[in-house]
Design a protein around this ligand. Structure first.
Ligand SMILES: Nc1ncnc2c1ncn2[C@@H]1O[C@H](COP(=O)(O)OP(=O)(O)OP(=O)(O)O)[C@@H](O)[C@H]1O
Length: 193
């Protein structure tokens, strides 16, 4: 299936505040959208709407293809060693984080370390491992490079670009510049209610 992500006239309300409204875009294979905006403008909320985890206040989201979300939290048991915590999800959805994936993400030396002891950047790399399964066509990435050192940021940037070259779609929310080619951008302040 050729992936596509189309949003029409989207509005988001959190609590009693309308964060943005009138947002529309359509992404084709290979496209990447940078969602920009100051803290609290609704970047994470938009990603959760796109992932189907939050109901929009108005408008529609049409996704063709499976969606993976790299959110702000690490969905791993904090008390388990990293390898066992990942294996839990591997058993459930046949995730693709074998030894090769751990090596790519620089996690192979951390298999026996309890998740709660991982550093900020290590947690981010583990989040990629568990949240972005190989072969998922639409990637939603919340602050994709925050906390990563230069090497890890390069590895993940290359991975994102390879995903696009293979026809994948990326929506990345960040208030920092993203070193990705041919980026579309949307500034949430332009859609503030
Ligand atoms: N469950 C909730 N109920 C009410 N308000 C919420 C809820 N979750 C988030 N908000 C509010 O919605 C607004 C947008 O939050 P969101 O996390 O989407 O912003 P953001 O642009 O991603 O911010 P940041 O750059 O700080 O990560 C914030 O003011 C936040 O307090």
């Amino acid at each position: 299936m050729t992936p596509r992500l189309t949003v029409q006239d989207l509005a988001c309300r959190r609590g009693d505040r309308l964060l943005f409204r009138g947002l529309s875009f359509s992404l084709e294979p290979g496209a990447a959208l940078h969602v920009r905006g100051a803290n609290g403008t609704g970047k994470s909320s938009l990603l959760r709407i796109l992932a189907g985890l939050l109901r929009p206040f108005a408008g529609t989201v049409e996704a063709k293809g499976r969606i993976a979300l790299l959110g702000g939290e690490l969905p791993l048991d904090e008390h388990l060693p990293l390898e066992k915590a990942l294996a839990f999800w591997n058993a459930i959805d046949g995730g693709g984080f074998g030894p090769e994936r751990l090596a790519t993400l620089g996690l192979e030396g951390l298999r026996d370390v309890p998740v709660r002891f991982l550093s900020t950047g290590q947690r981010k790399r583990a989040a990629y491992a568990v949240s972005i399964p190989a072969g998922t066509p639409i990637w939603l990435l919340d602050e994709p490079l925050n906390g990563l050192d230069g090497h890890a940021a390069g590895v993940l940037t290359d991975e994102i670009e390879r995903h696009r070259d293979a026809g994948g779609i990326v929506v990345a929310a960040s208030h920092q510049p993203l070193p990705l080619g041919k980026l579309h951008a949307v500034e949430l302040a332009d859609y503030a209610a």
